[in-house]
Design a protein around this ligand. Structure first.
Ligand code: ZN
Ligand code: ZN
Length: 160
């Protein structure tokens, strides 16, 4: 994914980053969970990136010097996804921090993404079609456990 123009990063740093991590910590405590050091580190990397990151990039940047043990990172990603701190983007085989976390008490929620194929910018939106999916599934006695909608295209910057 490379194109000639500049893209502004949506990643967090400094005070905003630590505020988000502190909020995540508090949410874990509320849920009777623990934001262990590896979970916190993976969440930090996702928040810093501000866009989808592949698991092997997380493994490579997890610690200074030696890469992390893959199971450590995968287990952390599983926890973060389950608790609603992160989402897996199937079509990119990557993970992205959930930006709803601090506002709502978001647990494992349905998500929809607008993914720019030019710069990779990924924006989480409310899945408005969720109700119709639930209704269609309900009519077939199907229990929906997880929905992720991924729309590919060009962001405003890239289509300008
Ligand atoms: Zn989300
Ligand atoms: Zn773009």
């Amino acid at each position: 994914m490379s194109c000639g123009h500049d893209h502004h990063s949506t990643g967090l740093s400094g005070g905003a980053l630590s505020a988000e991590l502190t909020a995540a910590d508090a949410r874990c405590v509320d849920a009777g969970q623990k934001l262990t050091a590896p979970r916190r580190r993976v969440l930090e990397l996702l928040l810093e990136a501000g866009q989808p990151v592949k698991a092997y990039d997380l493994i490579a940047t997890f610690a200074d010097g030696a890469p992390a043990k893959p199971p450590t990172v995968y287990r952390a990603l599983e926890f973060l996804s389950k608790q609603g701190f992160a989402h897996r983007i199937e079509s990119l085989n990557a993970y992205v921090a959930c930006r709803h976390s601090s506002s709502e008490g978001a647990d494992n929620h349905a998500a929809a993404f607008l993914i720019c194929d030019c710069c990779g910018a990924t924006r989480e939106i409310d899945p408005a079609v969720l109700d119709s999916i639930q209704a269609a599934a309900g009519a077939r006695d199907f229990t929906v456990q997880n929905v992720t909608i991924e729309a590919h295209g060009l962001c405003a910057d890239c289509s300008a």
